[in-house]
Design a protein around this ligand. Structure first.
Ligand code: GLV
Ligand code: GLV
Length: 325
């Protein structure tokens, strides 16, 4: 009986770090995530589960694992795939991988912002069609960033790192959080709190960094797009369901906003068909943390958390300290 289940192979350094944690069972996907039935079978009796954001960790899975389960170490900073309250009730520790992916994810947000305002993916596609062209004063015009406003929705670690980069582009920063940032954090960013409605009306770039919760699901709906500037771009590197993709496609077709950059999708890995033929949408397959260095750091952090939990110690990134009393 394995001690640990890893739901998909991680990078080599992280796999090597599993040595010494007992018998480790590794699901060898992709292209698919571990099928649910197989996950429920293979999790039975393990002490540690190293899960990815594609695995739903809920009461059903915890029942299947049984009372031996001590820790669920998520290989992600977002934990919307995990029912933390249910884990806590059963005395199961839950950890994530914060900090190590902050800068890489902020970089990707900026890659999408620039791709959207300067029509990079559209220009690349255009050249590959071999359509005749000549430099033209009116060709493929985008929008300026200098002197404009970026609105950060969810100004935690990643949101702040994204805001910091905005200063280099000469942008002004506004943000929306449930609670305003302390002055020592907001001050250096020159960041001003706004209500959500005011932020989306004022911003030329809106970048989403909030977690997915019941109150952020479809935060960007038809009403939100109607409030945004027709020249605005929306970038989502957080979680897909924060954006209503059908409403987004309609808003883009109607010219209610200029462009959107998406790293995450409402029914990931499926991409809404309505978005596919829109040149104003730039999409990448959930690559926010996808650099060699960051994926190594994430994998190692997840394994360190797992190891601590299995050893009866307090994992560094423990999300439900109540379990330890
Ligand atoms: C990736 O999306 C993560 O939450 O780490
Ligand atoms: C993620 O960890 C964030 O704080 O943005």
């Amino acid at each position: 009986m394995p001690d640990v289940l890893v739901t998909r192979r991680m990078v080599d350094a992280a796999m090597s770090a599993l040595t010494g944690l007992g018998e480790v069972d590794v699901y060898e996907g992709p292209p698919t995530a571990i099928p649910r039935a197989e996950l429920l079978t293979r999790v039975a009796g393990v002490r540690g589960l190293l899960a990815l954001l594609t695995e739903r960790v809920d009461a059903e899975l915890l029942d299947a694992a049984g009372p031996s389960l001590r820790i669920v170490a998520n290989h992600a900073v977002g934990v919307d795939n995990i029912d933390i309250a249910e884990c806590t009730r059963r005395g199961v520790l839950v950890t994530n991988t914060p900090d190590v992916l902050t800068e890489a994810t902020a970089d990707l947000a900026w890659a999408l912002i620039l791709a959207c305002v300067r029509r990079i993916a559209e220009g690349d596609r255009f050249l590959r069609t071999a359509t005749p062209w000549i430099w033209d004063p009116r060709m493929m015009l985008g929008h300026d960033l200098y002197g404009r406003v970026i609105g950060i929705v969810g100004c935690g670690r990643i949101g702040q790192a994204t805001a910091r980069r905005a200063l280099g582009f000469g942008m002004r920063v506004v943000y929306h959080n449930s609670r305003p940032l302390p002055p020592e954090v907001a001050g250096p960013l020159g960041a001003t709190w706004r209500s959500f409605d005011d932020l989306i009306a004022e911003s030329d770039v809106v970048s989403v960094h909030c977690p997915l919760t019941p109150s952020t699901r479809h935060l960007f709906d038809a009403a939100a797009f109607a409030r945004m500037k027709p020249t605005a771009v929306l970038v989502n590197t957080a979680r897909g369901p924060v954006v209503d993709e059908l409403a987004l496609a309609k808003a883009l077709r109607a010219g209610e906003i200029f462009a959107a950059g998406l790293d995450v999708f409402e029914r990931e890995p499926e991409v809404e068909a309505e978005l596919l033929d829109l040149d104003a949408v730039t999409m990448v397959p959930h690559l926010g943390s996808a650099t060699v260095g960051t994926r190594e750091a994430m994998g190692l952090r997840a394994v360190q958390n797992l190891a601590a939990g299995l050893a009866g110690a307090r994992p560094r990134d423990l999300l439900n300290p109540e379990v330890l009393g």
